[in-house]
Design a protein around this ligand. Structure first.
Ligand code: ADP
Ligand code: MG
Length: 448
């Protein structure tokens, strides 16, 4: 019976939800009109009871054809809990309550940051399950949910996955994802424009408020003050708050005690560095989405060399793939090794090579690069050229200025700074830079 029930549930639920909550559920006993289902741990048990109980009962009764009592239990607990299905007013048809209206809120989210692209492993299992639980029943289980973990380990991805999933279930939900920086900026703007009412109204109508990188609230007294009130209003109204930080609340310097205690009253779920197997699974999944075929030893090689940050892991994969496609070599460990672990004795790169590659890539003339035109395309190309020259050679700022037709060293410094900041925000630019870097390396190697 249970397998049939599972099959039906599988069809009704989102695959990630099914995997997380139900795939491991088994029948413990079935006698006297009472079906006892066993799940892995109390955490799953709790969520199933709160969110899926009536759905499960419904499917069980459909299969057996008569009314039956269903109990959920976990092996980690001695006594099973008896759940009265009337306690739970969850109505399953809400799941199908989609409308065609595209939410404007979606535009602020990275479409790739959803649950189906998120690879679950031992070091993020808890954070993932908690995020999913929050998306399904906001304000009910963990409020706030505090996600904490080092840079590039998936906090932003999970937060946005919560937002996507909630909006998928309820397209009209007020789901707000903001960085702490944006929250602060909104606050400052509304103070300046004397529109605090507007600000408060906006943030306090959220059904789910997700605030990313809260560690940046450090030292901002006024933002802390306002966030405290926003938090309380939402929390008291039973609305969900999700916060991400690179460290636990207690370790954020000069965070007001009252915020530390608010942040700690729900669940603090931490994400640790993924193990090798998970890293390989992440690369594999990424490659599949990008339609790239990768030999297993290449995956293993990259995963072995990039251990502590998933963004860098993905970056390495992209560099390898880009290099292979530019160079026309085949995808082997031997061929990608040089771009992944640049040898210490860097090949010497001549400034001319860089200028030539920049000119070709941006379709501007070398004279223009060395000239003084301020046309946007030209000056951007020039700035990128200076930045790359700084990266690839030991030339001093004044010497780089000379290579670009006698520019002042402050101009060079300004350009390098600007590009370096831009590329942190602009994914396309950073892709483009790494592609240009690869070309420069290839051209220089061929010259030697
Ligand atoms: P953080 O916010 O913790 O610094 P991000 O959420 O920005 O990290 O993640 C960095 C990159 O790694 C993103 O491209 C994200 O999609 C990817 N990533 C992180 N964790 C996973 C995971 N478990 N599965 C797949 N991709 C992941
Ligand atoms: Mg982040």
């Amino acid at each position: 019976i249970w397998n049939q029930v599972l099959d039906r549930l599988k069809m009704r639920l989102n695959p990630t939800a099914f995997e997380t909550w139900l795939a491991s559920a088994t029948v413990q006993t079935f006698q006297d009109n009472c079906l006892v289902i066993q799940v892995e741990n109390p955490f799953i048990l709790n969520h199933l009871q709160k969110t899926y109980y009536s759905l499960i009962v419904e499917e069980v009764e459909t299969i057996v054809g008569y009314s039956i009592s269903v109990k959920l239990t976990t092996s980690q607990e001695q006594n099973w809990k008896i759940v009265d299905k009337d306690e739970y007013n969850y109505s399953s048809n809400k799941l199908n309550n989609k409308t065609d209206k595209q939410s404007p809120k979606l535009s602020q989210l990275n479409p790739h940051y959803n649950f189906s692209r998120f690879v679950v492993g031992p070091t993020n299992r808890m954070a993932h399950a908690a995020s999913l639980a929050v998306a399904e029943s906001p304000g009910r289980e963990f409020n706030p949910l505090f996600l904490c973990g080092g840079v590039g380990l998936g906090k932003t991805h999970l937060m946005q996955a919560i937002a996507h999933y909630r909006l998928e279930l309820y397209p009209n939900a007020n789901v707000f994802y903001v960085s702490t920086e944006q929250f602060t900026n909104d606050l400052i703007t509304s103070i300046r424009q004397d529109s605090m009412e507007h600000f408060r109204e906006h943030y306090r109508t959220a059904d789910i408020l997700l605030v990313d990188d809260i560690q940046f609230i450090e030292g901002k007294e006024y933002t802390q003050e306002e966030f405290f009130h926003t938090f309380n209003t939402l929390h008291e109204a039973g609305k969900q708050v999700v916060i991400a930080s690179d460290r636990p609340p207690k370790r954020i310097p000069s965070l007001q005690d009252r915020l530390v205690s608010r942040f700690s009253m729900g669940l603090i779920a931490d994400i640790q560095v993924p193990d090798l197997e998970t890293r390989m699974a992440i690369l594999q999944k990424k490659a599949e989405y990008e339609n790239i075929v990768l030999p297993r030893d290449v995956i293993e090689y990259i995963a072995t060399n990039y251990t502590s940050n998933i963004r860098e892991l993905e970056g390495a994969l992209i560099r390898a793939v880009t290099y292979i496609s530019i160079s026309g070599l085949s995808m082997t460990v031997e061929n990608i090794a040089p771009v992944l672990n640049p040898p210490m004795e860097q090949i010497s790169v001549s400034p001319d090579v860089i200028i030539k590659i920049i000119a070709e890539n941006f379709n501007v003339s070398i004279e223009d690069l060395k000239g003084s035109s301020r046309r946007r395309e030209i000056s951007l190309a020039r700035q990128i050229g200076m930045y790359l020259m700084r990266q690839h050679t030991d030339l001093s700022l004044p010497r780089i200025g000379e290579e670009f037709g006698g520019k002042d060293h402050t101009t060079v410094l300004y350009s390098c700074d600007k590009i370096s900041k831009l590329q942190k925000k602009d994914w396309d630019l950073s892709q483009q830079l790494s592609e240009l870097s690869d070309r420069i390396n290839i051209a220089s190697r061929n010259q030697e």
